[in-house]
Design a protein around this ligand. Sequence first.
Ligand code: ADP
Ligand code: MG
Ligand code: ZN
Length: 276
Amino acid sequence: MYDIVCGMKLGDKPTFKGLHKRKTYCFCTKDCQSEFKKNPKKFIEGTPVVELKNVYKEFDLGRVKVPVLHDLSLKIWEGDFVALMGVSGSGKSTAMNIMGLLDDVTKGKVYIDGKETSKMGSNELAGLRNEKIGFVFQQFNLLGALNCRDNISLPFFFKKKSSKLEQNGNLDKLINNVGLKDRVEHKPLEMSGGEQQRAAIARALVDEPELVIADEPTGNLDSKTGKMIMDEFRKLNDKGKTLIVVTHDSNIANAAKRVLHLKDGRLISNHNNHKK
Ligand SMILES: Nc1ncnc2c1ncn2[C@@H]1O[C@H](COP(=O)(O)OP(=O)(O)O)[C@@H](O)[C@H]1O
Ligand SMILES: [Mg+2]
Ligand SMILES: [Zn+2]
């Protein structure tokens, strides 16, 4: 049995209970219980932007199978700002790739806006990746032949929805905000690691996707630049966009509304930051 608020496995742990429309629901903590009481509809009738249900993932290396995610269930709600934490090797990138539709699962289900992804065709999946999701990779994946500005504006080439004016307005502001104003003509090889990372982040944010999935986006950044980046994330979240960010940095985790901890491919905690 799972806590419907945070997705924690309840087992036979003593749990907190809540009654709604004559049904009893169980929660892992008092906080989850009160979260539910505040707005039960969200958890019972609402549709998460992303949901993993009993997800297992193993990598098949021929003679050996490497199990990585074990029965992972979680929900990401619209407007959520979630930090995903855990030591190296705990399965964070694997989980992010699955939520970003870049990798499939061995067992279990993935839903985007309530729709099961295994039932979608490749066109529909590609459409979601292009239109809905902005992904920041742990390795930056910038295109070497393009300069910084063109790398950042790449998402616009795949979309027709925004006007030139809008694109340029957004683009210039964002380039400025991530501190790359003096680097727009540089190709990735002519930029430092931190600059490349900032360009990769700007690229994921430039068309304001509904869902941003960022894998250790501030890993190579000094704390001041890391803070600039977090400000950009927060601004997007204030506009109602949903963010999932892998981080080792507790300052960044503090900026999020909710923190998920993975350990050995299992969710060991999933709770609100109570400062918010
Ligand atoms: N493509 C792959 N093939 C085989 N093993 C992998 C692959 N990707 C990740 N792993 C293994 O899965 C585990 C979790 O990796 P990862 O999700 O990258 O963790 P994290 O991002 O938390 O550091 C590690 O033991 C890693 O070696
Ligand atoms: Mg990783
Ligand atoms: Zn809970």
